[in-house]
Design a protein around this ligand. Sequence first.
Ligand code: ATP
Length: 235
Amino acid sequence: MLEVEGLTVAYGAILAVQNVSLSVLQGEIVVLLGPNGAGKTSTLMAISGVAPRKAGKITLDGTDLGQGGHTAVRRGVVHVPEGRMIFGDLSVRENLMIGAEIAKRKPDLDLALDWFPDLRSRLSERARALSGGQLQMLAIGRALMSRPKLLMLDEPTLGLAPRIVEDMFRKISKLSKHGVSILLVEQHLTHSLDISDRGYVLANGCIVAEGAAYELKKDPALTTAYLAKSAKRIP
Ligand code: ATP
């Protein structure tokens, strides 16, 4: 479904991602692991078309996703960024509607509210009144309003209480069983590998290990990667 081949992302002299190839198949959960600065967010942003792709091919169902603007989201690749990017001054309903608008889809609030019923009673409230867990629900709910084929979630459990983290992982697992493919970036290694089919480990912008989630769990490269630091400079 999603194929990334030889992706390189550079911010000026900083090589954030180097020659990364990965795939996500229909209905799979694939996790991208690695320490801070490994290039995980840059990979997701390049797939979304917003990070500078220096080299490589990114295709969805065989066709290039292109760069810039809203191309990826209209093709069904929807990114829930770290930090959620919720508009605090807009209502919960208005935030959700943005998901439909940006993807040029017919709005259907039930696409989000059936998954996150807690938001139903909060629709008219300003988003800034929500708790951290509810904001993450809103961010994913907004993405669901775009009717994604592939959902990219960047650290969806960051800063959430342990009980909410459990709920979130359960929900992500359930979403994939309903046919949404998921590319996940997470810091909860064991938990994210538990719900994933496959995974890739990034260090210094390069893939250092990949495979079935249950195999990656015991791969020493996973631990080694977390000792690696920051991106390489272009010589
Ligand atoms: P984190 O878990 O901290 O978000 P990450 O694995 O997602 O890390 P990236 O955020 O993709 O890693 O960063 C990869 C490298 O690219 C880092 O060295 C980072 O400092 C650099 N970088 C990221 N965004 C930019 C930018 N806009 N301009 C310059 N350098 C950047």
